[in-house]
Design a protein around this ligand. Structure first.
Ligand SMILES: [Zn+2]
Length: 298
């Protein structure tokens, strides 16, 4: 599943550009969207020669390409990410027909040709019957319906309104798993699970956490219970000790023979061990996969 960029993600009017608050929101929204798609290998961006021309070769350049200071900052970044994400469609295929959109999409950037082109691109997706992410600019927030006379089926669309929406579509268990040796990536995987599964953010964690090297290495080896590992670690961090003890899934408990070490369940026969490290801090010390003996388990 890939994405199509709605033009107000890429284009901004001179007036809006002159307003620093709107300009900054536009830039951040554009860069964060492109970076998230790229860094987490979520999908490709459907692209065409026409879009390429409108963005890079059109006589009327977008203001972020004219403004000298911004140009130096933005162009290399946009180019770097976008060039690796682009998936070109054949421009001839776009001329067949176009879609209508309800409600109307805002076009403050006044690049009406870009909007027309976008609706042709959407129509091509209808012809191909492809489900797509539609990456919206900040001025367009609705649930849009695309229709045409020639295709009765409803086009399946997921609207991306905020760059954080992409986090829901990162494939943690496959694409990110191998990178979990890196503690930043590990923290990110836990935060994403928290947002996706529990609809809670980092600020809701009851603890800061660290992982021993041994712990991270044995997690990477795991094939079967990846989703459950992320789920149970995240849940543990969102609960107090008393809540984790009562939780039927985690069944958090101390291990009698090991000073200060506690454990909770990933599955009935898989455990994670941890210790506290000062106030509000947890260190995950050991992952005990299926078949590895853990004291007191039948
Ligand atoms: Zn059609």
């Amino acid at each position: 599943m890939n994405t199509v960029f709605e033009p107000s993600l890429l284009f901004i009017s001179e007036n809006d550009w002159a307003n620093p608050a709107i300009r900054d929101r536009f830039i951040l929204h554009l860069l964060d969207n492109i970076k998230n798609i790229y860094e987490y290998s979520i999908c490709n961006v459907y692209w065409s020669q026409r879009y390429e021309e409108l963005l890079w070769n059109h006589p009327q350049l977008p203001p972020w390409r004219v403004d000298r200071d911004w140009k130096i900052i933005l162009i290399p970044q946009i180019y770097k990410y976008l060039s690796q994400l682009q998936l070109y469609v054949n421009d001839q295929d776009l001329l067949i027909d176009s879609c209508n959109v309800t409600p109307n999409m805002g076009c403050r950037h006044s690049r009406t040709e870009a909007l027309e082109h976008f609706l042709q691109l959407i129509h091509l997706m209808r012809i191909r019957n492809e489900e797509i992410f539609v990456s919206l600019g900040i001025e367009n927030k609705e649930d849009y319906l695309f229709s045409c006379k020639c295709h009765p089926e409803i086009l399946k669309t997921i609207f991306i309104r905020n760059s954080l929406d992409w986090l829901k579509y990162i494939d943690l268990e496959e694409k990110l798993w191998g990178t979990l040796k890196d503690s930043e990536k590990f923290n990110m995987a836990i935060e994403i699970t928290s947002i996706k599964t529990f609809e809670k953010g980092k600020k809701d964690f009851k603890y800061q956490f660290m992982c021993s090297d041994k712990f991270r290495e044995s997690i990477i080896e795991e094939r079967e219970h990846r989703g459950k590992i992320l789920f149970s670690i995240t849940k543990r961090l969102l609960l107090t000790e008393a809540e984790a003890v009562k939780d039927a899934g985690l069944q958090d408990e101390s291990i009698k023979s090991q000073d200060n070490t506690r454990r909770f369940r990933v599955t009935k026969s898989v455990r994670i061990h941890y210790i506290y490290s000062g106030e509000g801090k947890i260190i995950f010390t050991e992952y005990l996969p299926e078949g590895k003996h853990d004291e007191g388990l039948s």
